[in-house]
Design a protein around this ligand. Structure first.
Ligand SMILES: Nc1ncnc2c1ncn2[C@@H]1O[C@H](COP(=O)(O)OP(=O)(O)OP(=O)(O)O)[C@@H](O)[C@H]1O
Ligand SMILES: [Mg+2]
Length: 120
């Protein structure tokens, strides 16, 4: 299992959610975050030139998936979140040691398999 952490543009969130839904990816968590991509911006001050680390509003998606869903999830995000301009974001894939569905106590693969027609 992996945790896919994707940072995307807020204005792309609806497209990303639609693409994930089509790829049959279900459980996810979304947060509004501030981020810095590493690009530096030079700012003139009266003492000379300094570098400013600008912060930009982004959306973070955290998606726990079984191994078979890693590539489809990445593909769905790439296809839906890309504009081709700098600042499109990044995808991190982290190993996951254990997942537990609290209601049932199911673990790992069983716990990341969505239960149909379950709200929340
Ligand atoms: N190395 C990183 N670690 C954590 N978060 C990052 C990292 N790089 C980018 N991010 C997050 O992704 C957001 C968008 O980054 P961005 O797309 O600018 O990355 P980039 O590497 O500069 O690519 P690009 O050249 O396309 O701009 C950042 O605001 C930040 O939230
Ligand atoms: Mg950047």
């Amino acid at each position: 299992m992996k945790l896919i952490v994707a940072i995307v543009r807020p204005e792309k969130l609806n497209d990303v959610l639609e693409a994930l839904f089509k790829a049959e990816v279900r459980g996810l968590t979304i947060s509004r975050v501030l981020g810095h991509g590493g690009g530096t911006e030079r700012v003139e001050t009266y003492r000379g030139t300094t570098v400013k680390m600008g912060l930009y509003e982004k959306v973070k998606l955290e998606i726990g998936v079984s191994d078979a869903f890693v590539e489809p999830t990445i593909r769905a995000i790439l296809e839906s979140a890309r504009t081709g301009e700098v600042g499109d974001g990044k995808i991190f894939v982290l190993p996951v040691e254990k997942v537990v569905r609290i209601r049932t106590g199911e673990e790992d693969e069983a716990a990341v398999t969505p239960v149909p027609s379950e709200p929340g």
